[in-house]
Write a protein that binds this ligand. Structure first.
Ligand SMILES: Nc1ncnc2c1ncn2[C@@H]1O[C@H](COP(=O)(O)OP(=O)(O)OP(=O)(O)O)[C@@H](O)[C@H]1O
Ligand SMILES: Cc1ncc(COP(=O)(O)O)c(N)n1
Length: 267
């Protein structure tokens, strides 16, 4: 049977991030993608013009519909908007056993728009991170959640240990926002640290990189990969997507979700 993937996240009308990036990634990686929408954004490459969070029950009903009929092999969470949605989503994940679970703690868009209410952060740590098979904060998100300044490798390792202490089985602290010459992501599973490294491309077309990366991890997990292998292959997917830009829009353009498959087909 085809592997079934579920994203619980916000809609990006511009198609580069959120639910749309997730479904494209699920499809490219030959899984059957499904969605529970938590918020609707009016958004393009220039920024987020408007956010409409949905009622928590709307997310709960969508998860119920999918889980009680089609079934789910791996799940991810993205933009959850409010503390009440975070609580409800965590409860539904527990109720339906929607594991393995990738938690992408989306807080602020590339363009600087707040996508998670401040009072949701505590709930996140208490309710959602402990359920995660892997949690994928970027550097600013990891700084907000741990309260540490993450300018050097030692502090990043300390932050990674904190996520595992809170109950996540593994963590990837993504280095996209760092200023090193390579885009290095730090992986930790409670036992070993590894650095997943890729060239840093000098590009503005990075809208949706985090969503795409976490969706790719979810797809590889749904197909049976170990967490580390899923993260490693997802890093190849996102590196291909960033390095073959589509040049759309006038701001931070989307990544290229076709690139990984095209590269494999042309080998
Ligand atoms: N310019 C770049 N060149 C190469 N890889 C990059 C670049 N920017 C980000 N990445 C990679 O993309 C992935 C997502 O990382 P990033 O830190 O951008 O996440 P994010 O901030 O959550 O993304 P988003 O833009 O969706 O919010 C990571 O594997 C990171 O290393
Ligand atoms: C619905 C939604 N989810 C997530 C992001 C984060 O992506 P980015 O940081 O690349 O803007 C976003 N902009 N919109």
């Amino acid at each position: 049977m085809i592997a079934r993937t579920l994203t619980i996240a916000g809609s990006d009308s511009g198609g580069g991030a959120g639910i749309q990036a997730d479904i494209k990634t699920f499809q490219e990686l030959e899984t059957f993608g499904m969605s529970a929408i938590t918020a609707i954004t009016a958004q393009n490459t220039l920024g987020v013009q408007k956010v409409y969070p949905l009622a928590p029950e709307a997310a709960a009903e969508q998860i119920h519909s999918v889980a009680t009929d089609l079934g789910v092999d791996a799940t991810k969470t993205g933009m959850l908007a409010t503390a009440d949605i975070v609580k409800t989503v965590a409860q539904k994940i527990r109720e339906f056993g929607l594991f393995p679970l990738v938690v992408d703690p989306v807080m602020v868009s590339t363009s600087g728009h707040v996508l998670l209410d401040e009072d949701a952060r505590i709930v996140y740590k208490k309710e959602l991170i402990p359920l995660a098979s892997v949690v994928t904060p970027n550097l600013p998100e990891a700084e907000v959640l741990t309260g540490l300044s993450l300018a050097d490798p030692d502090s990043r390792r300390q932050a990674a240990r904190m996520f595992v202490e809170w109950g996540a089985k593994a963590v990837v602290i993504k280095g996209g926002h760092g200023n090193e010459s390579t885009a290095d992501d730090l992986y930790y599973d409670g036992e070993e640290f590894s650095v997943l490294s890729a060239p840093r491309f000098d590009t503005k077309q990075t809208h949706g990189t985090g969503c795409t990366f976490s969706a790719a991890i979810t797809a590889f997990l749904a197909k049976g990969a170990s967490t580390y292998d899923a993260v490693k292959q997802a890093k190849e997917f996102i590196t291909a997507a960033i390095s073959h830009p589509l040049n759309l829009g006038r701001g931070h353009g989307p990544t290229n979700h076709f690139a990984y498959r095209h590269r494999r087909e042309n080998r």
